[in-house]
Structures are given as structure tokens and as C-alpha cells.
Design a protein around this ligand. Structure first.
Ligand code: NAG
Ligand code: NAG
Ligand code: NAG
Ligand code: NAG
Ligand code: NAG
Ligand code: NAG
Ligand code: ZN
Ligand code: ZN
Length: 601
């Protein structure tokens, strides 16, 4: 009764508070509703109303206006309440089914997603949450919020602090590439093969992935999924995957790098069976179209549910993700050695040396993803991967080998655990001249990162492979690198793409692939050395037409991106992202922003 009255008063306050502050009001009301629920164990009468007014979906999707309107500490506080509520309810004996119902109600009322998406994601993840609550007697809300809301700087109570041993000594002297015996490597990434892709469906479906066979039809050209795929949230149909592999296969190259994400974004209805089927389908197409070795890495979409990689020692068969490692060790077997299969089975990473003096190290960087809930259970160098990386690089250094690193999730964003990024960068700095190539995926964008050492010298460049999937707003693409045959340095690359709008207009005509650009020519650099790329970033900060060019290439000149354009704040964040390789380390970013502001070109 009292609660209802309280709710009514708040309701009136909220409505009369005018439109200027509704984001904040809805948020405050939700916080109050959870406080009351947590304190009394009963949902107050205005609970649903409060949650329906809450901008949490926008917060979760990183909308900057919401981040500005609501302080970080308030977001962290709401998170801690929700987490405490679930821990408390579980400790009081709530069953899995009841917990799922509770989570589903909150997810739907908060409008995080619709009912079937909320339920699908909750049902897939519930077992892990319950395992973690049940097996960690002193689980704290800070461990959860400090991890998943890294972006809001929530206090993690030092739950994620650890280091790995980095071998002493200095990197070897750099051998200058002179361009002898060059060869090519094809870099293809993020296919996200979608067996349910259906042309003619609505591209404005309101779910995380559109153009699905069980979604409504489009009503006109502007919202109808095209034949080859769509700029909206859509993935890659089988025939588009085949077209990309066929066409990329017409170039000459000695190896293929695939930097992860085989499975589609239908995140609410994954299963071990279907993921297995789709990973095999894509791998089979690699075997059909490429007659050279393919070196794949795992993406965050491969496990079921997506993103999660169970801690070592989790033997519950319904929760363990060991099946992913078992599957790819078998599927990728023909490209790997027995030793490579052993580490692949242990943690999803491996190394091979395809020719004398040259080594490829494929990592499973997905374990750093901050929505990998298992980090709450154990975050310290999962599967001992970084310790292994340091050892492999030390051996390579001793044997005068050059190394290419492959990984799905790049370091630097708030989505990759800071400890993992920082320790990875320490290793990278120590072996900077042994590592002559560094390639990543996951972003679906044509991007690069420059790694710096302590005294601000550029020591490495990571090249992102962009994506075959347009998800979202991009033209499908791949890259072809030219590699020095003695030092294995990257000498240049070309990026190839096609205009998705045009291709969809004439689905019966051949797809018109074209070379979008080659790096050295487009940016006028003398080489791809870290020091040269560093100088390029300075030029980009001074000459804004260069950063505009980088923006267009980022989306491979897609119509949507070109139309939206990139304003001042967009250009500055592009510059910053390129030099941020550990979340929160913004020194170089600030320097570039200052330079940008001082120039007017
Ligand atoms: C969250 O955890 C912190 C630290 O353990 C604790 O002080 C606080 O009471 C907890 N609950 C909320 C809602 O903040
Ligand atoms: C290039 O450098 C290698 C040593 O790294 C050397 O053996 C070779 O002769 C050089 N080639 C040219 C054309 O200078
Ligand atoms: C697996 O795929 C089949 C066929 O595409 C589909 O009917 C089924 O619903 C999928 N399973 C799940 C759990 O989504
Ligand atoms: C892509 O094709 C469409 C349709 O022909 C055209 O309007 C558009 O300008 C093209 N985009 C680019 C970047 O060339
Ligand atoms: C720049 O563009 C972004 C996204 O398109 C928009 O949210 C922002 O308000 C724009 N900023 C300025 C200063 O125009
Ligand atoms: C910190 C912690 O509780 N880690 C646990 C994670 O899960 C494994 C496997 O069940 C346990 O052995 C750890 O104790
Ligand atoms: Zn992806
Ligand atoms: Zn990914």
C-alpha cells in the first residue's frame, strides 16, 4: 500500500519533471525501485514502470549522451544493486527456473531486448551465473560490475590485478627489409556465416540480427534485405561467403590468415550443434576454395553461449567450452602439427613454422573479453596463454625467427581486460623486433593500432582484417599483404571490396570487386615500419582530409558511412583509438588530440 502510494508520487514527479531530464529521472527511479526491492525482498508497485523508463539499454549500448547525463558512479551503483539482488536471491534458495524468470522480467521490462531474445540469452547463460554464484562463496558485486562496466570505471576491488613473467633482456636488432623473395598473405576475417539469411525480410527487425527466415518481410526498398546481404544488422549468406572466398582465391598468396568469428550474430539461439555445424561449413569452404594452408583463430562467436570460455578445471559438461577446442583441433588439423594441436586443445592457441625463419603464433584473445563471465571466476592469464606466448617468443628470438601474431579481439578498448592488454603489451615490447607482423579481427572495420614503448617510440603496428560480413554499415572486404621473404616484414597491403548497394541492385550480375586502395600509396608512407606509421598519425592529426580518408576506408566506402560522414569528435576518437592499446592509457591520445585542435586543415 505504502509502496504503491510512493510509486504514484514518484510517477507524478517523473511525469511533471518535464522532458529535459527524463534520462536521468528514469534512471533515478529505477535505482530507487531496486533499492526498495533489495531492502524489502518485494517488488514495489512502481517497479515495472520505473524500469520501463530506464535508459539502461542505451547505457549498455554505449550511447555517449546517456553516459554524459548520468554519472559513472550512479551506473555502477545500479549495477551493484542488480547483482546483489541476484546473489541474495540465490543464497536464499531461489531455483534456476525462478532465477531465469526474474532475469527475464527485468530484461524485458528494461527493454534491453524483446522477449525471445532476452529469454534465449538468459537461458544460455544462466547455468554459468549460477555456477559462479554457487562456487564463489564471497562473490562481490564489484567483481561483476568492475568487469562488465569497465567503460564506466566501476571499482573492481582489485579483483583483476595480475602480472606475467616477461623474460629479461632486450629485443634483437632490427634487420632492414630489402624486398627480396616477397610473397603474399591473404587476410580474411569475420565471415559470420548465416544459414538463416533470407533476402526480402525486413532489415529493420528490432532484434540483434535481421534478415532471418522467422522475421517479418520488408515493406519497401529502404527496409528490405538484399540478395548479397545488408548494411543493417545482417550477416553473410552462404552464397556471399562462397563469392568472397572464390574471388579472394583468384589472387596469388602463400598462406591465408582467418582472424575469427565463423558463427552468425543470432546470439539468442546458438547451440553446440548449430555452432559446430557452422564452424565446419566455413572450414570446408576454406578447404574448397584455397589450395594453400589456412591459419585460423577462434572468435568470440564460436562458443555457446557466445563470448564465454570456461575456466580450466570446470568439468560440468553442460558448461565446459572444451568442445570448441576439440572441434577445431580436428577441423583445422591438416594445417597444424601435433604440438600445435596440443595447445589448441588446452586453450585455443597454437604456433606453427610454415617455413624456415618464419613463425605464426595464433592466440585466443577472446579470453580477455569483459563479457566473458568466467573471468569473474578466474581472470589470471586464462589457460596460461600469455606465459606460453612469452616462452614461444623467447625461443623464436634464440632461433632468429620472425613472428606473425594473429588474434581475434585486439587490445586497447574497454572490452579487453586491462590486465590482459597490459601484460600482452609488455611481452610485445620486449620482443618488438622479433614480431614483424600483427593481425586482428573482431571490429569488422579497417583499422590499425600503433604500440609504443615506455619512451614513446613506436614498436609495433597491428592491422585489423575488417570483415566479410557487412555487420553493420560496411562493404564486405579482405586484405592482401605483401611480405618480405627474408625478414617477414609487412611491405604493403591492398584492400579489396565491392559496393553492396550496387550488387544488390543487380543480383544476377557478377559482383564487381575492386581494389579500394593500397596502404603505402593511399597514405604516402615510405614503409609500413612502426616509426613511419607513427609519423602518419601525426600527419593525420594535422591534415584532417587524411583522417577522413581513414574513416571512409574503415567502412570500405559503404554508402551509409560515406553519407553519415565523420565530424570533429568522430575524427578525434579515430585518432585516439589508433594509439590506445591498453584501456585507460590515454597519454598518446591526448597528444594527438591537442595537435588536431591546433591545426585547421
Ligand atoms: C556492493 O559491494 C560493496 C563492496 O563489497 C559493498 O560495500 C556494497 O554494500 C555492495 N552493495 C551495493 C548495492 O553497493
Ligand atoms: C637482402 O638482404 C639479405 C639479408 O637479409 C641478403 O642476403 C640479400 O642479399 C639482400 N638482397 C639484396 C637484393 O640486397
Ligand atoms: C539450429 O538450426 C536449425 C536449422 O537452421 C534451426 O531450426 C534450429 O532452431 C537451430 N537451433 C537453435 C537452438 O536455434
Ligand atoms: C554504390 O552504388 C550505388 C548504386 O549504384 C551508388 O549510388 C553509390 O554512389 C555507390 N557508392 C560508392 C561509394 O561508389
Ligand atoms: C558528431 O557526430 C556524432 C555521431 O554522428 C553525433 O552524435 C555528435 O553530436 C556530432 N558532434 C558534433 C559536435 O556535431
Ligand atoms: C576464484 C575461484 O573461485 N575460482 C574457481 C573457478 O572455478 C574452478 C573450477 O570449478 C575452481 O576450481 C576455482 O576455485
Ligand atoms: Zn565479428
Ligand atoms: Zn568478434
Amino acid at each position: 500500500m505504502g509502496a504503491k502510494l510512493f510509486g504514484f508520487v514518484l510517477f507524478c514527479l517523473c511525469v511533471s519533471a518535464s522532458t529535459s531530464n527524463t534520462i536521468e529521472d528514469g534512471f533515478q527511479l529505477t535505482t530507487r525501485a531496486f533499492t526498495e526491492y533489495l531492502n524489502t525482498g518485494v517488488r514495489p508497485g512502481y517497479f515495472s514502470y520505473a524500469l520501463s523508463q530506464c535508459p539502461l539499454p542505451n547505457i549498455l549500448r554505449g550511447h555517449t549522451d546517456v553516459k554524459a547525463a548520468i554519472g559513472d558512479s550512479q551506473v555502477c551503483y545500479l549495477c551493484s544493486q542488480i547483482v546483489d539482488l541476484f546473489i541474495l536471491k540465490r543464497r536464499l534458495g531461489m531455483t534456476d527456473v525462478e532465477m531465469a524468470k526474474e532475469a527475464s522480467d527485468i530484461c524485458i521490462t528494461l527493454k534491453i531486448e524483446n522477449e525471445r531474445v532476452c529469454d534465449g540469452i538468459i537461458n544460455a547463460n544462466l547455468g554459468i551465473f549460477m555456477y559462479i554464484i554457487d562456487n564463489n562463496a564471497d562473490l562481490k558485486n564489484t567483481s561483476v560490475c568492475g568487469l562488465i562496466l569497465t567503460n564506466y570505471n566501476c571499482d573492481s576491488g582489485n579483483a583483476y590485478e595480475w602480472t606475467v613473467e616477461v623474460p629479461s633482456g632486450k629485443t634483437v636488432d632490427k634487420v632492414k627489409a630489402n624486398g627480396t623473395n616477397t610473397f603474399n598473405i591473404l587476410h580474411i576475417s569475420d565471415i559470420h556465416y548465416d544459414p538463416l539469411y533470407t533476402p526480402g525480410k525486413s532489415s529493420q527487425c528490432g532484434e540483434p540480427l535481421c534478415c532471418q527466415d522467422d522475421q517479418p518481410d520488408g515493406t519497401d526498398d529502404s527496409n528490405t534485405c538484399g540478395y548479397w546481404s545488408d548494411y543493417s544488422d545482417a550477416d553473410t549468406p552462404f552464397h556471399t561467403m562462397q563469392e568472397a572466398l572464390r574471388e579472394s582465391g583468384t589472387h596469388e598468396f602463400d598462406y591465408v590468415y582467418y582472424t575469427g568469428d565463423f558463427v552468425s550474430h543470432r546470439v539468442w539461439s546458438t547451440s553446440v550443434e548449430n555452432n559446430t555445424r557452422d564452424i565446419i561449413a566455413v572450414t570446408d569452404q576454406f578447404k574448397a576454395y584455397y589450395n594453400v594452408p589456412v591459419y585460423p583463430v577462434l572468435g568470440n562467436h564460436e562458443p555457446h553461449p557466445l563470448n564465454v570460455w570456461s575456466s580450466d578445471g570446470v568439468d560440468d559438461a553442460t558448461l565446459s567450452t572444451q568442445w570448441v577446442f576439440d572441434l577445431v583441433a580436428e577441423q583445422w588439423g591438416e594445417w597444424l602439427t601435433e604440438d600445435a594441436k596440443k595447445t589448441l586443445l588446452k586453450g585455443g592457441y597454437y604456433t606453427v613454422s610454415p617455413r624456415k625463419g618464419f613463425r605464426i603464433v595464433a592466440l585466443n584473445s577472446n579470453v580477455c573479453y569483459t563479457v566473458n563471465w568466467w573471468l569473474v571466476n578466474d581472470s589470471e592469464d586464462p589457460h596460461d596463454q600469455l606465459a606460453w606466448l612469452a616462452e614461444v617468443l623467447l625461443d623464436a628470438e634464440k632461433n632468429s625467427e620472425s613472428v606473425h601474431l594473429l588474434m581475434h579481439i585486439p587490445t586497447g578498448s574497454s572490452e579487453c581486460l586491462s590486465s590482459w592488454s597490459r601484460e600482452f603489451r609488455k611481452i610485445l615490447r620486449r620482443f618488438s623486433n622479433t614480431i614483424t607482423g600483427h593481425f586482428s579481427g573482431h571490429t569488422h572495420r579497417d583499422l590499425l593500432w600503433v604500440y609504443y614503448d615506455d619512451d614513446e617510440q613506436a614498436v609495433g603496428v597491428s592491422w585489423n582484417g575488417a570483415s566479410v560480413t557487412p555487420f553493420s554499415n560496411s562493404n564486405p572486404s579482405y586484405k592482401l599483404y605483401q611480405i618480405d621473404g627474408e625478414t617477414f616484414d609487412v611491405l604493403d597491403f591492398e584492400e579489396w571490396t565491392f559496393n553492396l548497394t550496387l550488387a544488390n541492385l543487380n543480383p544476377t550480375r557478377d559482383v564487381d570487386w575492386y581494389k579500394l586502395y593500397s596502404f603505402k600509396e593511399a597514405y604516402g608512407v615510405g614503409s609500413m615500419e612502426p616509426s613511419e606509421v607513427d609519423k602518419l598519425l601525426t600527419r593525420m592529426a594535422e591534415d584532417h582530409s587524411l583522417i577522413q580518408k581513414y574513416y571512409n576506408y574503415k567502412f570500405r566506402n559503404s554508402d551509409v558511412a560515406v553519407k553519415n560522414g565523420c565530424n570533429t569528435s568522430c575524427q578525434k576518437s579515430l585518432l585516439c583509438d589508433m594509439v590506445t592499446t591498453v584501456h585507460g592509457d590515454t597519454e598518446k591520445c591526448e597528444e594527438l588530440k591537442k595537435l588536431y585542435d591546433e591545426s585547421t586543415k
